[in-house]
Ligand binder design. Structure first.
Ligand SMILES: [Zn+2]
Length: 335
């Protein structure tokens, strides 16, 4: 779904709530999020109502109307909102902005930094942390779930990302090494980008076996590692000799290389810095988008659905797992 459509269709809170309701209860049967009951003798047990706007006496603060659900199951009787138990609950950022952020991230072919998302949303400069957190949760939802084998003709190749040279005397200079990303792409199908520690056979072989069906036609260049892996693991293996030529009819690795060149433009160009520890997530987000190009609307819905149905990701958990809360992420090596 394009950005302009998202802002037109979901510009009001009500529209966002309607959408989330549909995502959460696609068959229209609203179930209580506490007891799970949705009907009694064929009659719905959850009713919907909207609170009246109220004014807090002490502060004069106006509390806007709120859409709530009431469970009528006698043993439960609880109230809840559509966002309860989801990442949207009690967020400082409004639902309309969440929706725009999802569209921004999905639309950015080469990626978008959380600082940039914040600027688009009009989030204050001193509140970059909440935008960073928001983007992180959207990225977390935009992760390929399935690991089905790629079949048919599958191209495989690796590419190298060179980190920026650290300044002289920088203690991080020791870590200055190229990163390898293995790409596998089914022709006319999905792409997968896998950051790996090196391009040795012991590293590449298990990854290729994990992603590619043994009866697929493996398509690679003539590098020795692929030659050996092909002989050992795949019935059909086609190799293009890059010293002589790049294309011989069907014999080429161009489609995976096209994906690499887009990835590189993203890593080097769009992000202020992509740290090595985030490279995996970036590769994942990139292939998620790549594999859904041309079906924007479905991608938007799919991502929202994952956000609604996924578990909330507490800020503490996110930062405790070694992630930095700083959007420019000064720790670690960057590209
Ligand atoms: Zn209930």
């Amino acid at each position: 779904m394009s950005l302009i459509n998202v802002s037109r269709v979901y510009g009001k809170k009500e529209a966002c709530l309607d959408k989330l309701e549909k995502m959460r209860w696609p068959d229209g049967k609203i179930g209580c999020i506490y007891c799970g009951v949705y009907e009694d003798n064929g009659k719905p047990t959850v009713t919907k109502f909207t609170t009246k706007p109220t004014v807090r006496k002490k502060t004069g603060e106006v509390i806007p109307p709120h859409r709530l659900y009431q469970c009528k199951n006698k043993e439960c009787g609880k109230q809840f909102s559509v966002t309860e138990g989801t990442v949207f609950h009690r967020s400082h950022i409004s639902l309309e902005k969440w929706f725009i952020a999802v569209a921004l991230i999905l639309e950015a072919k080469k990626g978008i930094s959380s600082l940039q998302v914040g600027r688009h949303l009009g989030v204050k400069e001193n509140n970059t942390k909440s935008t960073w957190y928001l983007c992180h949760r959207i990225r977390e939802a935009a992760i390929e779930a399935g690991f089905e084998f790629l079949t048919g003709v599958v191209e495989a190749d690796e590419t190298y990302l060179t980190p920026r040279k650290p300044r002289k005397g920088n203690p991080r200079v020791k870590n200055h090494k190229e990163m390898v990303v293995l790409g596998v792409r089914q022709r006319g199908g999905d792409l997968r980008l896998i950051p790996v520690k090196d391009a040795k056979m012991s590293t590449l072989e298990p990854e290729l076996v994990k992603h590619i069906s043994p009866d697929a036609t493996l398509q690679t260049d003539k590098a020795l590692v692929y030659d050996i892996i092909g002989q050992r693991r795949f019935v059909n293996h086609r190799m293009i000799d890059h010293i002589r030529t790049y294309v011989e009819g069907e014999n080429h690795t161009n489609t995976v290389e096209n994906a690499f060149s887009l990835l590189k433009r993203g890593v080097y160009g769009t992000f202020h810095k992509v740290s090595i520890k985030h490279l995996g997530r970036y590769c994942n987000e990139f292939s998620y988008r790549f594999n859904r190009r041309g079906i924007q609307e479905r991608m938007f819905d799919e991502t929202l659905k994952r956000l609604v149905n996924g578990k909330p990701l507490p800020f503490k958990t996110l930062t405790a797992s070694g992630e930095s809360a700083d959007p420019s992420d000064p720790s670690g090596q960057t590209f």
